[in-house]
Write a protein that binds this ligand. Sequence first.
Ligand code: F3S
Length: 91
Amino acid sequence: AHVVTSRCFGCKYTDCVVVCPVDSFREGEQMLFIDPEICICCDQCVSECPVDAIFAEDDVPDAEREFVQLNAEMAVQCPEITQKKTPLIER
Ligand code: F3S
């Protein structure tokens, strides 16, 4: 699966959600998560994120490894997000 990492925290640009063909994004208060049970690793969201927060699981940097588990845990608790919304900070 693909994984949303720390650069999303406090940003939530949400460019990623509109390109996901399987609606795998979930919205936390401070960042988004990808449900690994749904993500098909199409890779389309990776280039959409302006801060490069999304990685394929195998490409997640060592310092961000904890986000693999966090995405899985949080995705099941958070509501689906499929439409772009105003980011938490200006680009
Ligand atoms: Fe977050 Fe980037 Fe999406 S900042 S909301 S992963 S476009």
